[in-house]
Design a protein around this ligand. Sequence first.
Ligand code: ADP
Ligand code: MG
Length: 565
Amino acid sequence: SNRTETLEFQAETRQLLQLMVHSIYSNKDIFLRELISNASDALDKLRLESLVDKDLQVDTSDLHIEVEVDRDSRTLTVRDNGIGMSRDDVVQLIGTIAKSGTAELLRRMRESKDAAASQDLIGQFGVGFYSTFMVADRVTLLTRRAGESGATRWESTGEGTYSIETVDEAPQGTSVTLHLKPEDSDDQLFDYTAEWKIREIVKRYSDFIAWPIRMTVERTGEDGATTRDVQTLNSMKALWARPRDEVGADEYHEFYKHVSHDWTDPLDVIHMKGEGTFEYEALLFIPAHAPLDLFMRDGKRGVQLYVKRVFIMDDCEALMPNYLRFVKGVVDAHDLSLNISREILQQDRQIQVVRRRLVKKVLSAIRDMMTNHPDRYRTFWAEFGRAVKEGLLDDFDNRDTLLEILSVGSTHHPDEQTTLKQYVERMKEGQAGIYYMTGESRSMIENSPHMEAFRAKGYEVLILTDPVDEVWVERVPEFDGKPLQSIAKGQVDLDTEEEKKGAEAEREQQQKDFAALLTWLTGKLAADVKEVRLSSRLTTSPACIVGDAQDITPTLERMYRAMGQ
Ligand code: ADP
Ligand code: MG
């Protein structure tokens, strides 16, 4: 019963395909990297499954990837003998885009009128399998899941629909055949049936892939006879295991693109090795863009875990705290069991030690970036600052470093941010603390009556507008010995000793003069405020509302209300 069905792509998939078919991305070569990357993942998964499940009847003695071209029929096939897919897998994985952030991506693409910006967006998203439609007008996929007997054939022209059929026989694993677009046939640049072209792309993008990528090459000898020779195109060296000074920046960048599914170069590379009782190698990357799902509940997080070159899991949250969830890369730990579960990892003492070291290293890399590459740091902070600030809520070990790498808005400059250290250096003589105000926007804070006395004194005030700012300022009492003080809460004492003496007599007199008015106002406003008092903090506004030092701020109040509390 070989039922063939024609199914429709999910709406979001169709929209992304449209973008691919009309090739908004100029570098078409990367389709091969995406196919090889998927094949490599499939081989990783099969090896792991065969190690963990002893009953799985599969031959893992020659796991590899094969690239085959046919110049006459203008097809290119990438084949692997990895895990394969069941019929349901194919519908789920190839027919829909399960990535979180897809809707957000499409919304931003619709909004952006500029082609380069769209290209940039899709590059950050990584379209994987669908990139094949940049070079092919028809794609056929034949696959059989390891351990299953039936196979599945899938085909699509990349328009609205695809066909799917159950077939009796196919080798275990997956083969993807691209029917290359005729319009590219005269262009050397896009000749994906040429041996040199395949070699060049594999070398550039996939050299570090841990499995052999093979191609059969034909040579015609002097006697006119044709010989066929199977060659391995990649060097297969695990990048993280190689000495740092032997790895080029390009190699790091391509590896980053493989693990992150991002198409843009990272901001920074961290390559480290731990020796002693618990050996490990780590190759971490700080991306140049925040992923679209950075603030989504189901967003990806963490790095990949390997055990002695064997891939174990993606998104290993035990190795990275949540606030550094944007860090990508690989950790290869030598002394773990291949069967290790996420739950056990969370409690493993050695993993906790590794995690502490990784965090320290990442934070010090950010600090170095701040000193040595201020432009890069600014990009970093604009993309990830909001996530990093979450670390101030619970990472007490690294609080000081986090406060050092933090940048926030300030009255000192209309659009440049300041570090706390720079603020402290600018503090005036007699200034008691680091003043800040939280709120929804910069203009709202600048126009607040609370600001008047500080402006009159020439005191700088930090302008904190992220929702998370409300929370961390509550938990961080001081920086560099200077208390952090909200200008909108409690009594802020701005006067010097001499000013106080003079002011005191005057204040007493005013207190007497206005006593009746204050009592009357307090009575009138009893339902809304606790007390009406004379203020020394205003210079031009007649009145302002002040919170108690213990009160929650209006923004927090809104946040809690939105969360239903
Ligand atoms: P990603 O690799 O980012 O998940 P892709 O679009 O490249 O996205 O692939 C989608 C999914 O299809 C993969 O996650 C994988 O589950 C499945 N897949 C793709 N190619 C293969 C393959 N060669 N073997 C097994 N599964 C595959
Ligand atoms: Mg992929």
